[in-house]
Ligand binder design. Sequence first.
Ligand SMILES: [Ca+2]
Length: 183
Amino acid sequence: MKKQFVTALGLSSLLAGCGVVDSGSSGYCAGSFQGGSTDWSCLSCSGVDALAGDQPFDVAIDNDAGTSRRFQLGGSGGEMTIRAFAPSDTVFPAGVRAGLLMRFPAGSYNGVSVRFNAYLGSTPVLSTGGGSFAVSGNVDGAGSDTFYQVSPTANFDSLEAVITIAGNAEQAEFSVNEFCGDR
Ligand SMILES: [Ca+2]
């Protein structure tokens, strides 16, 4: 099947920077992963169950900022990796404003981050880009739903968010609302 390219809406907002707070309703993304699929793995997480057989993060590709999945990381640190796959007929073009609407726990940590990887099929086209991180304290926008973004410089059809936390004595709760191929 010949792949179609999603129109690169929102290019003018590429310089808008990280930490933009959006409040949601249906139709959140200009370029959505809706109709695709998700996969995930984690270290020291709770609130999601790999043996349950469900797809806990499909709610993060329904193009609705108001639907989300919560999970916890910690208490001595943890990492969650979530990958969103576009529908089979969709490739997002280079230069768009991709990313993830999510909420970090408020507080101060020894390390906290969300960084992105992007792929075209199984080929990596971006590694550890965009997002936000802090080696102490917290990321911009923590405590509120915030769109953390990245602009891959090559076409891509899946986007992976790697969320890490360190230095939390208790489990800390995150929520993941929506991946966008373009916002
Ligand atoms: Ca959602």
